[in-house]
Design a protein around this ligand. Sequence first.
Ligand code: AMP
Ligand code: ZN
Ligand code: FE
Ligand code: FE
Length: 283
Amino acid sequence: MRRIDLHTHSTASDGTLDPEELIYLAKKEGLKALALTDHDTIQSLPKAYFIALEEGLEFLCGVEISVKFDGPGHFHLLGYFLTPELKNLEGTLKELQRARERRNLLMIEKLRALGIEITLEELKRITSGEIGRPHFARLLVEKGVVESLEKAFERYLKKGAPAYVPKALLSPEEAISQVLKSKGVPVLAHPITLKLNFEELSKYLRYLKELGLKGIEVYYTDHSSDFTKFLLEKAKALDLIVTGGSDFHGMNKPGIKLGRGFGNLRVPYECFLVLKKLLEKMN
Ligand code: AMP
Ligand code: ZN
Ligand code: FE
Ligand code: FE
């Protein structure tokens, strides 16, 4: 069976491969189809789209939007599109990026008040994409303030820690309707990270379906076989499509291999075909 991967990150967000390198890796690994889904940005899509076309790799444009969630975990929404030109969505994401820039300045101030000097220039030096907490964490390690990235989050950056500042987020309604307005397919990413029990998750999925959700990321690096089976049943019962991906980040998540996750992930090619067919019907 040829592999596919519908959840990947590039240097436009917190991945370490640029779009070109990602497509070459997909070719090298023999993937049959790929989608690029950077966090809250569609900046890499035009380039990835055209290189994939040149290389004869089946490709879908995507994005992974962080969404407001009051529950215990976190909510990411995947959006899939046929083309990389998404003017409306681009405007919304730009607003979120400006909010992120303001947030970064606030985190710099909070760290300074704690006697830790991190500058915007230093942050910009280590990434060409959106700056976020992982970049703060890297600098805290490089400066010897903490020994590890984990410790940086634990002591300074996690929710409730002294340098933490909350991020401006879209509500589930807004995020889903933004994707639909751009003729895209909204899919719940890695349901495991919501940290809901089966009963709560069933209820929440019904609610998201009412808001216009079209699919569930059933096959995912961190999903157990029991959880995958549960999600397959839910997708069927709610008439939602099934997608899957590794959440490849290159060296920023070194254990995760493109198209394979930790090794056992297999996303059926059928998922790509069904998603593409739905997109074609909507466009
Ligand atoms: P941000 O969008 O700036 O809030 O950063 C979110 C990113 O930080 C996530 O995508 C994770 O990759 C990373 N992150 C969040 N919490 C932790 C943690 N406890 N340890 C390591 N990385 C984390
Ligand atoms: Zn990420
Ligand atoms: Fe995610
Ligand atoms: Fe992701």
